[in-house]
Design a protein around this ligand. Structure first.
Ligand code: SF4
Length: 212
């Protein structure tokens, strides 16, 4: 066994070790303040036990654009999840609004930890996301999505028009897979356009399920 083989084995072992470990194990609640929006509720600031810079873009790509605000330069992400705003900072700081009390704060932090660690698993597996995918997710509009749909307003998706489904999908209130006609052979060109326009990350974030 030469030095290169040994090096490869060591790298693989290190990757395996990382894969088995979560990025974040715990949070410390640093500050509790009155919530701006709901009287009697709190907002709070917590600190994770690890920096989050590498996973923030991945978390951004896992949610529909209407549920997120991502500032590429500062690499901060606000998620509209669980009926509250959750802001993640690269330093590991986390701001959360609209929370009933400290007990609920810990429940929310547990969910945030799962989100972070799932994204970290993806990071370990596939590395940093492509800047093109991030840009596509930032720029996508309902018109782009509408242009890929069959535009028959058939109502099969539960919405009266294709434009209504496109809007709801981007807001994270509907799934792209609700447009079942897209799977019909006559809309194969639309499906190809959809795959090309959205790319794999947006397709996943907008809940499109490829049929094997
Ligand atoms: S099922 Fe598809 S084609 Fe029919 S209205 Fe909904 S989005 Fe349009």
């Amino acid at each position: 066994m030469d030095e290169i083989d040994i090096f490869k084995i060591l790298v693989q072992a290190e990757e395996k070790k990382k894969r088995a470990q979560p990025l974040v194990n715990s949070f410390e609640v640093k500050e509790i303040l009155p919530c701006f929006t709901t009287p009697g509720y709190i907002r709070f600031v917590a600190q994770a036990d690890h920096e989050l810079g590498e996973v923030i873009p991945i978390i951004f790509l896992r949610y529909p654009p209407g549920k997120t605000t991502y500032t590429g330069k500062e690499n901060t992400l606000t998620l509209r999840l669980f009926n509250r705003m959750i802001t993640l900072f690269p330093s590991g700081k986390i701001g959360v609004t609209n929370t009933k009390d400290v007990n609920e704060a810990h429940e929310v932090l547990q969910k945030i930890k799962e989100i972070i660690n799932e994204a970290y698993s993806e990071y370990i597996k596939f590395g940093k996301p492509n800047p093109g995918d991030i840009e596509a997710a930032r720029k996508i509009s309902w018109i782009d999505l509408y242009n890929c749909l069959p535009q028959t307003n058939c109502g099969e998706c539960g919405y009266q028009t294709c434009s209504a489904l496109a809007l709801s999908v981007l807001q994270g209130e509907a799934k792209l897979s609700q447009c079942t006609p897209m799977r019909e052979p006559k809309y194969l060109m639309n499906l190809e356009k959809l795959r090309k326009t959205l790319g794999p990350f947006l397709l996943r974030a907008l809940c499109w399920k490829e049929v094997p």
